[in-house]
Design a protein around this ligand. Sequence first.
Ligand code: TRP
Length: 483
Amino acid sequence: MSANRDQWGSRLGFVLAASGSAVGLGNLWKFPYITYHNGGGGFVLIYLGCIALIGMPIMLAEILIGRRAQASPVPAFEKLAQKVPGQKKWGMVGWLGVAAGVTILSFYSVIAGWSLSSFLQCMDWSINGYEAPAPDDFGNFLGNGPLQLGLTLVFSTLTAIIVMRGISGGIEKATKILMPVLLAILLFLVGNSFTLEGAGEALSFLFTPDFSHIKFVAVLEALGHAFFTLSLGMGAMITYGSYMGKKDSILKAGGAIVVLDTLIALFACIIMFSIIFSYQEIRESVSGSTVGMLFITVPKMFYTKMALGAILGPVFYILVAFAALSSTISLLEVVVSLLVDKMEMSRAKATLLSASGIFVVSILCALSLGANDFLSGFKVFGHSESGFFAALNDRIFPEKAGILNLLDHLAANWLLPIGGFCITIFVGWFMKTEDLVDELDLRDENGQPNIWFTIFHFCLRYIAPVAIGAIIVAVLMGWKDFA
Ligand code: TRP
């Protein structure tokens, strides 16, 4: 199997495709909105801690598993676990990842669809002149069922077409061009947002650590988001790593992905918060729908505060769509590569089958934003106000209603951290230290594991699993305040 597996054309190709997977709606849509929701600086600091101490080691661990096994997650675990207690049962971690992938992809395609609609809206503004949207415009947009379904369908189809074409041909080529352009535009927007009067307030909101409002569920949210934004915990990086050549450095590639992803998330916050704090009416419409922040705030800057805004507006949303696309591709690829490697299906058949199955769940998500009352108000365990189930509901899905929200919360805050926990245990405790040092190529002059390896191994064996475990236990126990 390994002889004729597709491989990345170059090391840069892997780094860009993997950063394409990491950088997406998580950075541009989700991180600013949950940061705003959780009160800014304190949350950001916890998030950065999760990235450095948990995200980075798990990033290396996932790439390492994939490259060593040269297989997608389920067979990769089965192959590497041959001499490990539990043996083939470790394949279940791969299956859990597939479940997480299906869950994420189904709601992600809906949000990604919004970028297409924002693109069209901006085109209209650029051609016919800007007209400030009314406060409830976004709510009406969310409640428009047929429109939501249509946008989702377009986006899901695009994803399926690219995945069907394979790794080096489709995914790698597109991200090579689009990622640098996205970064350049974001930098330009960051520069521009410093000229807004709200910039100072935005920076202090973002970087002044204030833990007074932080609850344990927010810590779980920061942890879950660290997994989500880095595409960890479900085998996406295992899958991408499996197409990586033996000579490339996992440490350099992983480090570049983590740094790039974190920078882009912070840039997105600086841009959006500067706009929010500059306009009273934006502040009001955003507090009604933080979910729509990316789509409500940014146009304001393009069309009122920027010379080139009429050109950059549509271009920006095209890039958001591409950032989302390079992420949905990686999500679908995990499911498809499993069907190809494990069930020996053809790539085309596997893609069609999984994409249409996931689209069925997407339909429920797309209609859960107001179009359908049942789906929009849906809560797990029903609506019981008190008793055991209500308490459980509050802990596992606090303040979450509607299918889209629930699936997002379920995947990011539960499935990914649990998957990540299993990965730390497997690599940290069950894989041979020698093998890890070899894969990571972290030896000093005497051939001994060097200091970087020691730090990596310590984080992976102790810090990451203990922190993930402690946060999950704290939330399940109903502990509330953090500070
Ligand atoms: N990381 C992507 C984002 O930030 C989303 C994503 C793509 C993802 N592939 C994933 C999340 C795999 C978890 C697992 O938008």
